[in-house]
Ligand binder design. Structure first.
Ligand SMILES: *[C@@H]1O[C@H](CO)[C@@H](O)[C@H](O)[C@H]1NC(C)=O
Ligand SMILES: *[C@@H]1O[C@H](CO)[C@@H](O)[C@H](O)[C@H]1NC(C)=O
Ligand SMILES: *[C@@H]1O[C@H](CO)[C@@H](O)[C@H](O)[C@H]1NC(C)=O
Ligand SMILES: *[C@@H]1O[C@H](CO)[C@@H](O)[C@H](O)[C@H]1NC(C)=O
Ligand SMILES: *[C@@H]1O[C@H](CO)[C@@H](O)[C@H](O)[C@H]1NC(C)=O
Length: 422
Protein backbone atom coordinates (compact mmCIF):
# COMPACT_ATOMS: atom_id res chain seq x y z
CA UNK A 1 0.00 0.00 0.00
CA UNK A 2 2.64 2.47 1.10
CA UNK A 3 4.74 1.34 -1.83
CA UNK A 4 1.88 2.06 -4.20
CA UNK A 5 1.33 5.55 -2.82
CA UNK A 6 4.97 6.44 -3.07
CA UNK A 7 5.11 5.10 -6.63
CA UNK A 8 2.23 7.32 -7.63
CA UNK A 9 3.24 10.45 -5.69
CA UNK A 10 7.00 10.28 -5.81
CA UNK A 11 7.99 8.05 -8.67
CA UNK A 12 9.79 5.89 -6.14
CA UNK A 13 12.20 8.61 -4.94
CA UNK A 14 13.43 7.95 -1.41
CA UNK A 15 13.73 11.57 -0.23
CA UNK A 16 10.12 12.15 -1.21
CA UNK A 17 8.99 9.10 0.80
CA UNK A 18 10.73 10.42 3.86
CA UNK A 19 9.04 13.80 3.43
CA UNK A 20 5.62 12.22 3.16
CA UNK A 21 6.16 10.09 6.24
CA UNK A 22 7.46 13.10 8.14
CA UNK A 23 4.39 15.14 7.16
CA UNK A 24 2.04 12.40 8.27
CA UNK A 25 3.88 12.19 11.56
CA UNK A 26 3.73 15.97 12.09
CA UNK A 27 0.02 16.11 11.27
CA UNK A 28 -0.61 13.30 13.71
CA UNK A 29 1.34 15.05 16.49
CA UNK A 30 -0.44 18.38 15.90
CA UNK A 31 -3.84 16.73 15.95
CA UNK A 32 -3.00 14.93 19.17
CA UNK A 33 -1.84 18.16 20.81
CA UNK A 34 -4.88 20.08 19.58
CA UNK A 35 -7.29 17.43 20.88
CA UNK A 36 -5.59 17.33 24.23
CA UNK A 37 -5.61 21.14 24.46
CA UNK A 38 -9.31 21.22 23.67
CA UNK A 39 -10.13 18.55 26.24
CA UNK A 40 -8.12 20.24 28.95
CA UNK A 41 -9.85 23.50 28.07
CA UNK A 42 -13.22 21.75 28.35
CA UNK A 43 -12.21 20.35 31.72
CA UNK A 44 -11.32 23.83 32.92
CA UNK A 45 -14.63 25.31 31.84
CA UNK A 46 -16.83 22.43 32.99
CA UNK A 47 -19.37 24.17 35.26
CA UNK A 48 -19.82 21.10 37.44
CA UNK A 49 -16.17 21.16 38.41
CA UNK A 50 -15.69 24.89 38.73
CA UNK A 51 -15.39 25.00 42.47
CA UNK A 52 -12.09 26.60 43.50
CA UNK A 53 -10.72 24.84 46.51
CA UNK A 54 -9.55 27.77 48.58
CA UNK A 55 -11.69 27.05 51.60
CA UNK A 56 -9.90 23.89 52.51
CA UNK A 57 -10.13 23.43 56.22
CA UNK A 58 -13.11 22.62 58.36
CA UNK A 59 -14.39 25.26 60.71
CA UNK A 60 -15.69 23.32 63.64
CA UNK A 61 -16.66 26.41 65.61
CA UNK A 62 -19.74 26.33 63.45
CA UNK A 63 -20.35 22.70 64.28
CA UNK A 64 -22.44 23.22 67.39
CA UNK A 65 -25.25 24.50 65.19
CA UNK A 66 -25.10 21.53 62.83
CA UNK A 67 -25.42 19.16 65.73
CA UNK A 68 -29.01 20.30 66.16
CA UNK A 69 -31.62 18.45 64.22
CA UNK A 70 -32.71 20.52 61.27
CA UNK A 71 -35.29 19.93 58.59
CA UNK A 72 -33.93 22.76 56.48
CA UNK A 73 -31.76 22.54 53.40
CA UNK A 74 -28.29 24.00 53.54
CA UNK A 75 -26.61 25.08 50.32
CA UNK A 76 -23.08 23.93 49.74
CA UNK A 77 -21.09 24.57 46.54
CA UNK A 78 -24.14 24.36 44.31
CA UNK A 79 -25.74 21.43 46.14
CA UNK A 80 -28.68 21.23 48.52
CA UNK A 81 -27.78 19.35 51.67
CA UNK A 82 -30.30 17.95 54.09
CA UNK A 83 -28.25 17.05 57.18
CA UNK A 84 -29.37 14.48 59.76
CA UNK A 85 -32.18 12.99 57.74
CA UNK A 86 -31.66 10.11 60.16
CA UNK A 87 -30.30 11.10 63.53
CA UNK A 88 -28.65 8.68 65.94
CA UNK A 89 -27.82 9.14 69.62
CA UNK A 90 -25.14 11.63 70.63
CA UNK A 91 -21.78 9.78 70.68
CA UNK A 92 -19.00 10.31 73.24
CA UNK A 93 -16.51 12.72 71.73
CA UNK A 94 -13.51 10.35 71.83
CA UNK A 95 -15.08 7.83 69.49
CA UNK A 96 -14.24 7.27 65.83
CA UNK A 97 -16.88 8.22 63.26
CA UNK A 98 -16.87 6.36 59.99
CA UNK A 99 -17.51 8.82 57.14
CA UNK A 100 -19.25 7.11 54.23
CA UNK A 101 -20.39 8.32 50.84
CA UNK A 102 -22.85 6.85 48.36
CA UNK A 103 -25.33 7.55 45.60
CA UNK A 104 -28.93 6.38 45.25
CA UNK A 105 -28.02 5.02 41.83
CA UNK A 106 -25.79 2.40 43.47
CA UNK A 107 -27.00 1.92 46.99
CA UNK A 108 -26.44 -1.64 48.12
CA UNK A 109 -28.41 -2.01 51.35
CA UNK A 110 -27.05 -5.49 51.94
CA UNK A 111 -23.48 -4.15 52.02
CA UNK A 112 -24.51 -1.15 54.08
CA UNK A 113 -26.27 -3.12 56.79
CA UNK A 114 -23.41 -5.61 56.93
CA UNK A 115 -20.97 -2.74 57.37
CA UNK A 116 -23.14 -1.26 60.14
CA UNK A 117 -23.18 -4.49 62.13
CA UNK A 118 -19.45 -4.89 61.51
CA UNK A 119 -18.49 -1.33 62.56
CA UNK A 120 -20.83 -0.91 65.59
CA UNK A 121 -19.77 2.69 66.16
CA UNK A 122 -20.67 6.19 64.93
CA UNK A 123 -21.35 6.61 61.21
CA UNK A 124 -21.86 9.76 59.17
CA UNK A 125 -23.26 8.71 55.82
CA UNK A 126 -23.81 11.22 52.99
CA UNK A 127 -25.94 10.08 50.08
CA UNK A 128 -26.13 11.80 46.74
CA UNK A 129 -29.59 11.68 45.19
CA UNK A 130 -29.34 10.51 41.61
CA UNK A 131 -30.48 13.52 39.61
CA UNK A 132 -34.01 14.12 40.83
CA UNK A 133 -35.46 10.66 40.86
CA UNK A 134 -35.30 10.03 44.59
CA UNK A 135 -36.72 12.22 47.27
CA UNK A 136 -35.28 12.41 50.78
CA UNK A 137 -38.37 10.85 52.33
CA UNK A 138 -38.07 7.66 50.27
CA UNK A 139 -34.36 7.37 51.06
CA UNK A 140 -35.19 7.76 54.73
CA UNK A 141 -37.87 5.04 54.62
CA UNK A 142 -35.58 2.70 52.73
CA UNK A 143 -32.82 3.16 55.27
CA UNK A 144 -35.02 2.85 58.32
CA UNK A 145 -36.51 -0.41 57.08
CA UNK A 146 -33.06 -1.82 56.29
CA UNK A 147 -31.78 -0.73 59.70
CA UNK A 148 -34.82 -2.27 61.39
CA UNK A 149 -33.58 -5.63 60.12
CA UNK A 150 -30.48 -5.44 62.30
CA UNK A 151 -30.96 -7.09 65.67
CA UNK A 152 -27.82 -5.68 67.31
CA UNK A 153 -28.82 -2.23 68.66
CA UNK A 154 -25.20 -1.01 68.63
CA UNK A 155 -25.12 -1.43 64.85
CA UNK A 156 -27.60 1.38 64.26
CA UNK A 157 -27.70 3.45 67.47
CA UNK A 158 -25.08 5.98 66.33
CA UNK A 159 -25.90 6.17 62.61
CA UNK A 160 -26.50 9.56 61.00
CA UNK A 161 -27.61 9.88 57.38
CA UNK A 162 -27.50 13.06 55.28
CA UNK A 163 -28.62 13.58 51.69
CA UNK A 164 -27.66 16.05 49.01
CA UNK A 165 -28.59 16.78 45.41
CA UNK A 166 -27.59 19.26 42.74
CA UNK A 167 -29.43 22.56 43.00
CA UNK A 168 -31.21 23.41 39.75
CA UNK A 169 -29.73 26.61 38.32
CA UNK A 170 -30.87 29.58 40.38
CA UNK A 171 -33.84 27.85 42.01
CA UNK A 172 -33.93 27.46 45.78
CA UNK A 173 -33.60 23.97 47.20
CA UNK A 174 -37.35 23.81 47.96
CA UNK A 175 -38.15 24.86 44.38
CA UNK A 176 -35.70 22.28 43.02
CA UNK A 177 -37.64 19.62 44.91
CA UNK A 178 -40.95 21.00 43.60
CA UNK A 179 -39.58 20.92 40.07
CA UNK A 180 -38.64 17.29 40.52
CA UNK A 181 -42.12 16.40 41.73
CA UNK A 182 -43.69 18.19 38.77
CA UNK A 183 -41.36 16.86 36.12
CA UNK A 184 -39.72 13.56 36.93
CA UNK A 185 -36.84 13.13 34.49
CA UNK A 186 -35.82 9.86 32.87
CA UNK A 187 -33.57 7.66 34.88
CA UNK A 188 -30.08 8.28 33.51
CA UNK A 189 -27.59 5.50 34.19
CA UNK A 190 -25.19 6.44 31.41
CA UNK A 191 -21.49 6.49 32.16
CA UNK A 192 -21.60 10.26 31.69
CA UNK A 193 -23.92 10.41 34.67
CA UNK A 194 -21.68 8.25 36.83
CA UNK A 195 -18.64 10.23 35.71
CA UNK A 196 -20.24 13.25 37.33
CA UNK A 197 -20.80 11.71 40.72
CA UNK A 198 -19.37 14.56 42.86
CA UNK A 199 -17.51 12.15 45.07
CA UNK A 200 -15.46 14.59 47.11
CA UNK A 201 -18.40 16.91 47.69
CA UNK A 202 -20.30 13.93 49.09
CA UNK A 203 -17.33 12.91 51.24
CA UNK A 204 -16.96 16.45 52.58
CA UNK A 205 -20.63 16.58 53.47
CA UNK A 206 -20.27 13.32 55.42
CA UNK A 207 -17.23 14.74 57.20
CA UNK A 208 -18.92 18.05 57.99
CA UNK A 209 -21.43 16.29 60.24
CA UNK A 210 -18.98 14.16 62.20
CA UNK A 211 -19.72 14.70 65.88
CA UNK A 212 -16.67 12.98 67.37
CA UNK A 213 -13.00 13.86 67.59
CA UNK A 214 -11.67 11.06 65.39
CA UNK A 215 -12.69 9.81 61.98
CA UNK A 216 -12.21 6.97 59.55
CA UNK A 217 -13.06 7.25 55.87
CA UNK A 218 -14.24 4.30 53.81
CA UNK A 219 -16.25 3.00 50.90
CA UNK A 220 -19.33 0.95 51.69
CA UNK A 221 -17.74 -2.31 50.55
CA UNK A 222 -15.08 -2.17 53.28
CA UNK A 223 -15.26 -4.32 56.42
CA UNK A 224 -13.19 -3.83 59.54
CA UNK A 225 -11.34 -6.31 61.71
CA UNK A 226 -12.93 -7.56 64.92
CA UNK A 227 -13.54 -4.82 67.57
CA UNK A 228 -11.71 -2.35 65.34
CA UNK A 229 -13.18 0.90 66.65
CA UNK A 230 -12.98 -0.14 70.29
CA UNK A 231 -9.28 -1.03 70.01
CA UNK A 232 -8.37 1.80 67.66
CA UNK A 233 -9.86 4.57 69.77
CA UNK A 234 -7.61 3.57 72.69
CA UNK A 235 -4.62 4.12 70.39
CA UNK A 236 -6.11 7.39 69.12
CA UNK A 237 -6.54 8.59 72.72
CA UNK A 238 -2.88 7.88 73.40
CA UNK A 239 -1.41 9.16 70.15
CA UNK A 240 -3.66 11.68 68.39
CA UNK A 241 -4.72 13.46 71.57
CA UNK A 242 -1.02 14.23 72.17
CA UNK A 243 -0.04 14.82 68.54
CA UNK A 244 -3.06 16.08 66.55
CA UNK A 245 -1.09 15.59 63.33
CA UNK A 246 -0.59 11.88 63.83
CA UNK A 247 -2.40 9.68 61.31
CA UNK A 248 -2.93 6.08 62.42
CA UNK A 249 -2.40 3.83 59.42
CA UNK A 250 -4.01 0.39 59.19
CA UNK A 251 -3.39 -2.27 56.59
CA UNK A 252 -5.87 -3.18 53.89
CA UNK A 253 -6.48 -6.72 52.65
CA UNK A 254 -8.75 -8.60 50.33
CA UNK A 255 -10.34 -11.80 51.56
CA UNK A 256 -12.23 -14.56 49.81
CA UNK A 257 -15.98 -13.88 49.98
CA UNK A 258 -16.84 -17.35 51.36
CA UNK A 259 -14.32 -17.09 54.17
CA UNK A 260 -15.89 -13.79 55.21
CA UNK A 261 -19.36 -15.29 55.18
CA UNK A 262 -18.36 -18.35 57.22
CA UNK A 263 -17.00 -16.03 59.90
CA UNK A 264 -20.02 -13.68 59.82
CA UNK A 265 -17.63 -10.86 58.84
CA UNK A 266 -15.90 -11.13 62.20
CA UNK A 267 -12.20 -11.57 61.47
CA UNK A 268 -9.21 -10.81 63.68
CA UNK A 269 -5.49 -10.91 62.88
CA UNK A 270 -5.15 -14.50 64.03
CA UNK A 271 -7.82 -15.51 61.50
CA UNK A 272 -6.19 -13.31 58.88
CA UNK A 273 -2.82 -14.99 59.35
CA UNK A 274 -4.42 -18.37 58.73
CA UNK A 275 -6.21 -17.06 55.66
CA UNK A 276 -3.04 -15.53 54.22
CA UNK A 277 -1.17 -18.82 54.73
CA UNK A 278 -4.01 -20.67 52.99
CA UNK A 279 -3.88 -18.13 50.14
CA UNK A 280 -7.45 -16.99 50.85
CA UNK A 281 -6.35 -13.46 51.74
CA UNK A 282 -3.73 -10.99 50.58
CA UNK A 283 -2.88 -7.28 50.54
CA UNK A 284 -5.64 -5.36 48.72
CA UNK A 285 -4.74 -5.20 45.00
CA UNK A 286 -1.30 -6.41 46.13
CA UNK A 287 -0.84 -8.72 43.15
CA UNK A 288 -1.23 -6.00 40.55
CA UNK A 289 -0.80 -2.79 42.45
CA UNK A 290 1.56 -3.01 45.43
CA UNK A 291 2.47 0.74 45.19
CA UNK A 292 -1.16 1.61 45.94
CA UNK A 293 -1.64 -0.33 49.15
CA UNK A 294 1.53 -2.21 50.09
CA UNK A 295 3.12 -1.40 53.45
CA UNK A 296 6.59 -2.77 54.36
CA UNK A 297 7.21 -5.52 56.94
CA UNK A 298 4.00 -7.38 56.27
CA UNK A 299 5.41 -10.75 57.42
CA UNK A 300 6.64 -9.41 60.74
CA UNK A 301 3.39 -7.55 61.36
CA UNK A 302 1.37 -10.64 60.56
CA UNK A 303 3.38 -13.15 62.59
CA UNK A 304 3.53 -11.14 65.81
CA UNK A 305 0.98 -12.51 68.31
CA UNK A 306 -2.30 -10.59 68.39
CA UNK A 307 -2.73 -8.33 71.43
CA UNK A 308 -5.72 -7.33 73.52
CA UNK A 309 -4.45 -3.74 73.41
CA UNK A 310 -2.54 -3.17 70.18
CA UNK A 311 -0.29 -0.13 69.81
CA UNK A 312 2.00 1.41 67.21
CA UNK A 313 3.99 -0.99 65.04
CA UNK A 314 6.03 1.54 63.07
CA UNK A 315 5.92 5.28 63.74
CA UNK A 316 8.00 6.41 60.77
CA UNK A 317 6.27 5.59 57.52
CA UNK A 318 7.43 7.87 54.73
CA UNK A 319 5.32 8.92 51.78
CA UNK A 320 8.20 10.62 50.04
CA UNK A 321 8.82 8.30 47.11
CA UNK A 322 5.34 6.83 47.14
CA UNK A 323 3.11 8.99 45.01
CA UNK A 324 0.58 6.22 44.42
CA UNK A 325 0.23 5.07 47.99
CA UNK A 326 -3.25 5.55 49.41
CA UNK A 327 -2.84 4.72 53.11
CA UNK A 328 -5.96 4.03 55.19
CA UNK A 329 -5.94 6.30 58.22
CA UNK A 330 -7.64 7.27 61.47
CA UNK A 331 -7.24 11.01 61.94
CA UNK A 332 -8.52 14.06 63.73
CA UNK A 333 -11.73 15.33 62.23
CA UNK A 334 -10.15 18.69 61.30
CA UNK A 335 -7.68 17.43 58.69
CA UNK A 336 -7.96 19.26 55.34
CA UNK A 337 -11.06 18.72 53.23
CA UNK A 338 -11.13 16.52 50.19
CA UNK A 339 -10.30 18.63 47.12
CA UNK A 340 -13.56 18.78 45.19
CA UNK A 341 -11.94 19.48 41.83
CA UNK A 342 -10.80 15.84 41.59
CA UNK A 343 -13.32 13.77 39.61
CA UNK A 344 -14.78 10.34 40.27
CA UNK A 345 -12.31 7.47 39.87
CA UNK A 346 -9.24 9.64 39.41
CA UNK A 347 -7.02 10.62 42.29
CA UNK A 348 -9.92 11.81 44.46
CA UNK A 349 -8.83 9.85 47.52
CA UNK A 350 -5.08 9.91 47.17
CA UNK A 351 -4.97 13.71 46.83
CA UNK A 352 -5.91 14.00 50.49
CA UNK A 353 -2.89 11.85 51.39
CA UNK A 354 -0.66 14.18 49.34
CA UNK A 355 -2.11 17.21 51.05
CA UNK A 356 -1.85 15.69 54.54
CA UNK A 357 1.83 15.05 53.83
CA UNK A 358 2.33 18.66 52.76
CA UNK A 359 0.46 19.82 55.88
CA UNK A 360 2.85 17.86 58.11
CA UNK A 361 0.79 14.82 59.12
CA UNK A 362 2.82 11.82 60.32
CA UNK A 363 1.89 8.30 59.34
CA UNK A 364 2.11 5.70 62.12
CA UNK A 365 1.23 2.09 61.41
CA UNK A 366 -0.82 0.30 64.09
CA UNK A 367 -0.51 -3.32 65.16
CA UNK A 368 -3.15 -5.97 64.48
CA UNK A 369 -5.99 -3.79 63.16
CA UNK A 370 -6.98 -3.81 59.51
CA UNK A 371 -9.74 -3.36 56.95
CA UNK A 372 -10.70 -5.69 54.13
CA UNK A 373 -12.54 -6.04 50.84
CA UNK A 374 -14.18 -9.09 49.37
CA UNK A 375 -12.07 -10.59 46.60
CA UNK A 376 -13.78 -9.40 43.42
CA UNK A 377 -15.44 -12.19 41.48
CA UNK A 378 -16.03 -12.60 37.74
CA UNK A 379 -19.63 -11.40 37.96
CA UNK A 380 -18.42 -7.88 38.70
CA UNK A 381 -16.76 -7.53 35.29
CA UNK A 382 -19.62 -5.44 33.81
CA UNK A 383 -19.32 -2.95 36.58
CA UNK A 384 -15.60 -2.80 35.91
CA UNK A 385 -16.22 -1.95 32.24
CA UNK A 386 -18.47 0.95 33.18
CA UNK A 387 -15.89 2.12 35.69
CA UNK A 388 -13.11 1.96 33.10
CA UNK A 389 -15.02 4.17 30.68
CA UNK A 390 -15.64 6.64 33.49
CA UNK A 391 -11.91 6.67 34.04
CA UNK A 392 -11.42 7.76 30.44
CA UNK A 393 -14.14 10.43 30.66
CA UNK A 394 -12.60 11.94 33.72
CA UNK A 395 -8.96 11.83 32.73
CA UNK A 396 -8.77 15.46 31.62
CA UNK A 397 -10.65 16.70 34.64
CA UNK A 398 -8.02 14.91 36.67
CA UNK A 399 -5.17 16.55 34.71
CA UNK A 400 -6.66 19.93 35.40
CA UNK A 401 -7.20 19.13 39.07
CA UNK A 402 -3.56 18.10 39.53
CA UNK A 403 -2.30 21.34 37.96
CA UNK A 404 -4.43 23.42 40.30
CA UNK A 405 -3.61 21.18 43.24
CA UNK A 406 0.13 21.68 42.78
CA UNK A 407 -0.33 25.45 42.65
CA UNK A 408 -2.38 25.38 45.82
CA UNK A 409 0.20 23.19 47.60
CA UNK A 410 2.98 25.59 46.62
CA UNK A 411 0.97 28.51 48.01
CA UNK A 412 -0.22 26.87 51.21
CA UNK A 413 2.67 24.63 52.21
CA UNK A 414 5.79 25.91 50.43
CA UNK A 415 8.25 24.27 52.80
CA UNK A 416 7.28 20.59 52.62
CA UNK A 417 7.74 19.87 48.90
CA UNK A 418 10.89 17.83 49.49
CA UNK A 419 9.22 15.48 51.97
CA UNK A 420 6.18 14.60 49.88
CA UNK A 421 5.24 12.93 46.62
CA UNK A 422 3.59 16.12 45.22
C1 LIG B 1 -34.83 -7.65 55.87
O1 LIG B 1 -34.48 -9.02 56.00
C2 LIG B 1 -35.28 -9.89 55.24
C3 LIG B 1 -34.92 -11.32 55.59
O2 LIG B 1 -33.55 -11.46 55.82
C4 LIG B 1 -35.07 -9.60 53.77
O3 LIG B 1 -35.86 -10.43 52.97
C5 LIG B 1 -35.43 -8.15 53.50
O4 LIG B 1 -35.13 -7.81 52.15
C6 LIG B 1 -34.67 -7.23 54.42
N1 LIG B 1 -35.15 -5.87 54.25
C7 LIG B 1 -34.36 -4.87 53.93
C8 LIG B 1 -35.02 -3.56 53.76
O5 LIG B 1 -33.16 -5.02 53.76
C1 LIG C 1 -33.66 32.83 37.77
O1 LIG C 1 -33.17 33.22 36.51
C2 LIG C 1 -34.19 33.63 35.59
C3 LIG C 1 -33.55 33.94 34.26
O2 LIG C 1 -32.28 33.39 34.14
C4 LIG C 1 -34.91 34.85 36.15
O3 LIG C 1 -35.95 35.21 35.27
C5 LIG C 1 -35.48 34.50 37.52
O4 LIG C 1 -36.06 35.67 38.08
C6 LIG C 1 -34.39 33.99 38.43
N1 LIG C 1 -35.02 33.55 39.66
C7 LIG C 1 -34.55 33.83 40.86
C8 LIG C 1 -35.31 33.27 42.03
O5 LIG C 1 -33.56 34.53 41.02
C1 LIG D 1 -29.39 1.40 32.17
O1 LIG D 1 -30.56 0.79 32.62
C2 LIG D 1 -31.30 0.14 31.60
C3 LIG D 1 -32.62 -0.37 32.18
O2 LIG D 1 -32.48 -0.66 33.53
C4 LIG D 1 -30.48 -0.98 31.00
O3 LIG D 1 -31.17 -1.61 29.95
C5 LIG D 1 -29.18 -0.40 30.46
O4 LIG D 1 -28.33 -1.43 30.00
C6 LIG D 1 -28.46 0.37 31.55
N1 LIG D 1 -27.31 1.04 30.98
C7 LIG D 1 -26.11 1.00 31.57
C8 LIG D 1 -25.05 1.77 30.88
O5 LIG D 1 -25.90 0.41 32.60
C1 LIG E 1 -22.62 -16.86 62.37
O1 LIG E 1 -23.99 -16.56 62.57
C2 LIG E 1 -24.82 -17.70 62.63
C3 LIG E 1 -26.26 -17.24 62.71
O2 LIG E 1 -26.40 -16.06 63.42
C4 LIG E 1 -24.41 -18.58 63.82
O3 LIG E 1 -25.21 -19.74 63.87
C5 LIG E 1 -22.95 -18.95 63.67
O4 LIG E 1 -22.50 -19.68 64.81
C6 LIG E 1 -22.07 -17.74 63.49
N1 LIG E 1 -20.72 -18.15 63.16
C7 LIG E 1 -19.63 -17.66 63.77
C8 LIG E 1 -18.31 -18.19 63.32
O5 LIG E 1 -19.69 -16.79 64.62
C1 LIG F 1 -9.58 -14.37 67.03
O1 LIG F 1 -10.75 -15.02 66.56
C2 LIG F 1 -10.75 -16.42 66.84
C3 LIG F 1 -11.96 -17.06 66.19
O2 LIG F 1 -12.64 -16.23 65.36
C4 LIG F 1 -10.74 -16.65 68.34
O3 LIG F 1 -10.68 -18.03 68.60
C5 LIG F 1 -9.52 -15.97 68.94
O4 LIG F 1 -9.57 -16.04 70.33
C6 LIG F 1 -9.45 -14.49 68.52
N1 LIG F 1 -8.20 -13.97 68.98
C7 LIG F 1 -8.08 -12.79 69.61
C8 LIG F 1 -6.73 -12.41 70.05
O5 LIG F 1 -9.03 -12.04 69.77
Amino acid sequence: MLYLITRILCNGRKSCIVKILLSIFLIYISLAIATKGRKIHEAFTDPLFNYKSEDVTFNYDALSTTSEFTSEYTEYHGYCVRPFLIRGDEPESNRITLALHGSTSALDLEYITLLMSNWRAPISFAIYLHELENNPASVKDMFLSAMANLTDPEATRLVNVHVLFAKYRNLSCEDTVALRDANLPEYDNSTAYFARYPINVVRNVARTYILTQYQAMADIDFLFSERFEEKMRRIADQVISVNPKAALVYRIFEIDENEIEIRNATINKTDLRELVHADRARTFHGKNWWPGHGIPELQKWLEEPEKEYPGIFNSKLSQKRRRFWEPQVIVNRNIPKFDETFPYRHGNNIELRWEMCRAGYELQLVEDLFVYHRIVTESHRDVQTVKDSITVDNYYRYRRAVIEFKQRMARMYPRTRQLCPI
